[in-house]
Design a protein around this ligand. Sequence first.
Ligand code: PLP
Length: 692
Amino acid sequence: MTPEIYLDGNATSPVMPAAIAAAVRAMEDCYGNPSSSHTTGLQARALLDGARQRALRLLGVEQGSLMFNSGATEGIQTAVLSALCALRERRDAGQAIGSLLVYGATEHKAVPEALAHWNRLLGLNLALSKLPVDSDGRHDLPALRAVLPQTAMLCTMAANNETGVLSDIAGIEGLLEETGCGAYWMVDCVQALGKFRLRLARSRIDYAPFSGHKLYAPKGIGMLYVRQGAPFTPLIVGGGQESAQRSGTENMAGVAALDAVLAALEQGGVFRPHDVLCTFRERLAASLRRALPGVVFNAPFEHALPTTLNFSVPGLSSKELMDVFDAAGVRVSAGSACSAAKAAPSYVLQAMGVPDWRAASAIRMSFGPLADEACITRACERIERCGAALRASGLIAQGGSLPAQDGVLQLGSGGACSWLVHDAASRSCVVIDPQPEFSERILAHVRGLGYRAAAVLGTAPGAGLATLSRALTLAPGADAFGWRAGRADADAAGNGEQLALGGQLLRRVLIDGQAVYLLGHAVNGALPASAARHAFIGALAPQRLAGLVGADTLLCAASDAQQPFCSSLQAQAPADGLPPADLHLDPAALQDLLRRHPDAMLVDVRESHEHLVGEPLALSGGQVVSVPLGQLAGQIPAWMAAPVPLVFFCRSGNRSTRAAQCLRRLGYAQAYDLAGGMALGMVPTAALPLAA
Ligand code: PLP
């Protein structure tokens, strides 16, 4: 397996060895309950007190309290609950408290959710007000000044988790002082810890939540600072631990681990200094610029943590970028919430007013202050390898430089799809049912191949056909379906209903006002039903094709939401809608299958750039093939003609399951998928009889 380069530190970090050792020591040697009065308990108490003292020193807290808890989401709840309970009491006592709960537009979701939740539960019914940010992602201070007189609570963050943008905390504090605003103020310090010096006692901040797992401690340990005199209501009550501020027996392994991280911070020399982190960012940015032409950084470096890069690349979705980075062993995250097919734009980038395409296709690359030269060098190499793979697969346009392609290609799956038929010998292709969302991609693809577009066809009349035809420099004169009557390659009867594409024929049949295109190899200059390998059927119900196509002709629809990729007249729907029980192979079953069937083929259904960029060793061998899902329908007839067991695999098992299900539906009994994908199910090379 490709060794991992972890560049998703803002999501969570690995646990540093000193923290692991401290947690193990706490569990093995210091396992007492700090509330017990015997010696074992006293030892645990000393560990707990020592950790708290260190945290207080590091955060510059001279007075005020600091409690250990489960993490920042809990700290945020406690802070909001405390402030809102106090506000309710003050309002009940007849005091003016303001009417607004103000939070930065780029806050972590935990903040507005907690505000809305406790506001509702406590019956406060104050108005939630989103404070805008400017194009650099920093709070709009004039807008803040305007709302401060009505503000009851203010929530801002020290550094943003998606962009790394640093807030102007001093500027906000200045405004609070200048306006004499008595609002309670929470500053989410999660991404700031360990990245710059915090001096909480010198500030007017009332609450500051922290999280261990963002800085090399394990998940499940965090801290909340509460300023002396700030109101407090416990979120969890019970045995009175943490001075009754947070009941429940303390997570001592977590405390010990966090203490080890804080000790490293306090001693110095372990974490890289700011200027070194800035040079790391510069090197990564330079590699990104070389690898991904047109890359745009979504936050200004001068106002951001040096450990976070947020960027978008024209023409590439965050899913495509995530997939290629992941295949190269580089773990990054989509700067926006990504579902299988579509990415929801990042609300953080939207709040900054970045164009929609950038907000929907952003990638966040983040590392921690333990990063070293060697790791950054490896990351830069991999980034450049990703760029090369994207160029080779045509996702980064390079006119006329794509390797020749033959056969059928599907663009889009799980919804609307477009189809391309290529002929390498004549260097020509036909586009069928071009969906508007794929127009750019189709253009780039055809230009990248340097092929002549012979036709742009619709199974239904469509305005988009003419536009794409023009863009592909096709001569005018086609009918509403994009079909040209009287063309030179009309069939023997001269009815213009077939189009020759190298050795293949594309025949048009009109049914119920819709066009169906049959594709296959010519038999005596014509295309009989039995010779049609593919039929592009648009939205036509398959039953309407009875007699027109063979039982196993692959039916390629304009949407594959119901039947992924393709179907056929003889295709079986699984009886109960569930995949057959033996579809998924675990590593042991895979090995067994490979022993029994040395001719089995392992089919990598990831995109070709993912296949190219990955470590070839894990599944190397003559029988590993790359067939991205878009090429599945094109490849199936060849598999059907000479069936061998096929084991589909991808990163997670998601794409490969759909491929195996499609083959099973089409009656291909020996189609399987590797359960859990490469992430979970891949067996070491040495264990595979197939391996070279
Ligand atoms: N606040 C910020 C800025 C964060 O990045 C996160 C984690 O993603 C949280 C709060 C929530 O932290 P935790 O995972 O400790 O609950």
